[in-house]
Design a protein around this ligand. Structure first.
Ligand code: ZN
Length: 152
């Protein structure tokens, strides 16, 4: 495994729409391994493939309760209610802001064995999912945040 360079805001790869993974290969699994190692090394709670310069629909995240790997994830249901919460991003170091997200979501994805998996998430975990899935459509949290602040 390897710790990869994290792409910073301003790079066009972060603004693109990530491609679905057509075939899960050894390369896909290595990317997931490297993404997890990179996320943990950076002390982040989530990382999407565009952030390591791969325009693919891959996400890793961990809210403290274990690693979740997502291939071609999509939100298939969400609550009506939204909630505000503070977010940051490994691609926008030092900045924090308040973002409105769905309180609860249901996400469908593939795992690394190509099996369909469903996650029901709420609160902080639902927030991480939504932040990371936004990366797959080229959206950064700073475009949605109120009260964006730089912390030195
Ligand atoms: Zn991010």
């Amino acid at each position: 495994m390897a710790v990869l360079k994290i792409i910073k805001a301003g790079d066009p790869v972060l603004k693109g729409k990530a491609k679905p993974v057509a075939h899960i290969t050894k390369h896909t699994k290595k990317l997931l391994d490297d993404m997890a190692e990179t996320m943990y090394a950076a002390e982040g709670v989530g990382l999407a493939a565009p952030q390591i310069n791969e325009s693919l629909q891959l996400v890793v995240l961990d809210d403290g309760s274990g690693l979740i790997e997502l291939i071609n994830p999509e939100i298939i249901e969400h609550s009506d209610d939204m909630e505000e919460g503070t977010e940051g991003c490994l691609s926008v170091p030092g900045y924090y802001g308040s973002v409105s997200r769905y309180h609860a979501i249901k996400v469908r994805a593939l795992n690394r064995r190509g099996k369909t998996v469903i996650y029901n998430a709420e609160g902080f975990l639902a927030r991480i999912f939504q932040h990371e899935l936004d990366h797959l459509v080229g959206t950064l949290f700073i475009e949605k945040a109120d009260n964006l602040q730089k912390v030195d």
